[in-house]
Design a protein around this ligand. Structure first.
Ligand SMILES: Nc1nc2c(ncn2[C@@H]2O[C@H](COP(=O)(O)OP(=O)(O)OP(=O)(O)O)[C@@H](O)[C@H]2O)c(=O)[nH]1
Ligand SMILES: [Mg+2]
Length: 317
């Protein structure tokens, strides 16, 4: 219904105006005279008015489009995924269901994870230089040794660089791994030395793995030990973290590493972990790409690929 006001000197003049503007169906709702002028309020039905009785205006809802998300929600709950992250994943699940008309949990979850998270291979030759950071004992050196082993097996020329001058023996450990694998090992104490080396030698390698000292992200002076190395290079910066950590603790610490420059995530000790809520929560909250996961203390094996399918399996099994 359209309502309009008209002002005219006389009633015939007003009616002529109403008829020409609104047609014959217009109805006068009220009229009054103010200062010798006629003020009319007029209404007319519009063709596009919503009509509850008209069949074509009521969109039929396809009940097949609905699916029961209870089991998916329960699985995310079991894993201790933060509520906000659950919301993102479940909303992607509903989108997948609508798009493909499929309601089976594994299909929906896998495609929803594909939409929600970023995945990046650890041996991606587009970005051969990778720097690892994390709390002490989070598995940086072990992850580097594992990736170097995989690279070696694929015939990718690899170099391991340590910048860890904090923990006694840290370099000895990596150096002996490098010797066993017969890959180059270098130690740099200063960020500018690291920068110079990478600038001059990066093209010789298909994979350059940089270790950094383990730090407590809640202490500024510790962050300052790693920040110069992080800032000196444009490369993939990957956070290693123990997947079994409490989700709130893990996200809070990861946010600080994210501010420091971490863009990738490599969870460790997945073999000792049943709930992966912190992995999903960090990746979503800190917008980090999932790069792989350490699933054993053994160097020779135990670096699993992280993709939507493997993650969906972990969530639903
Ligand atoms: N079970 C299991 N143990 C792991 C895994 N990754 C690392 N570890 C063990 O965790 C311990 C610490 O690993 P490191 O690789 O030395 O950790 P880091 O981050 O280099 O430690 P710092 O250099 O001291 O900061 C070692 O005993 C590893 O064998 C894993 O995926 N599973
Ligand atoms: Mg180490």
């Amino acid at each position: 219904m359209k309502i309009k006001k008209f002002i005219a000197g006389t009633m015939p003049a007003a009616l002529a105006q109403i008829k020409s503007e609104l047609g014959d169906d217009a109805v006068i709702l009220s009229s009054e005279t103010i200062d010798g002028q006629l003020h009319l309020t007029v209404a007319v039905d519009e063709a596009e008015d919503f009509d509850f009785a008209a069949d074509e205006t009521i969109k039929k809802i396809d009940t097949k489009a609905f699916f029961d998300e209870t089991s998916l929600r329960d699985a995310l709950d079991y894993h201790g995924v933060l509520e906000l992250v659950q919301y993102h994943i479940l909303s992607a699940c509903r989108e997948v269901n609508r798009k493909y008309g499929r309601a089976d949990d594994m299909f929906v979850m896998r495609n929803a994870l594909e939409k929600t998270f970023k995945f990046k291979s650890l041996l991606d030759n587009m970005t051969p230089v990778k720097m690892f950071m994390g709390t002490p004992g989070s598995g940086k050196s072990t992850a580097i040794a594992k990736i170097a082993t995989q690279a070696k097996l694929k015939g990718i020329k690899t170099s391991i660089i340590s910048t860890d001058n904090i923990r006694a023996g840290a370099n000895k450990q990596l150096e002996s791994f490098a010797a066993i694998l017969d890959v180059d090992f270098i130690f740099y104490k200063e960020a500018r030395e690291l920068f110079r080396y990478i600038k001059n030698h990066v093209e010789e390698y298909g994979c350059v793995l940089i270790d950094t000292p383990g730090i407590n992200p809640f202490i500024k002076s510790e962050l300052d030990k790693v920040a110069p190395f992080v800032d000196s290079l444009k490369c993939d910066k990957i956070l290693t973290f123990d997947a079994g950590r409490n989700v709130y603790e893990a996200v809070e610490a990861a946010e600080i590493f994210s501010e420091l420059g971490a863009t990738g995530l490599l969870p460790t000790r997945l073999d000792l972990t049943r709930r992966i809520g912190s992995i999903l929560s960090i990746a979503d909250c800190c917008n980090m790409a999932l790069s792989g996961a350490s699933v054993s203390a053994s160097i020779a094996k135990g670096m699993a690929e992280m993709n939507a399918a493997s993650l969906a399996k972990l969530i639903l099994s």
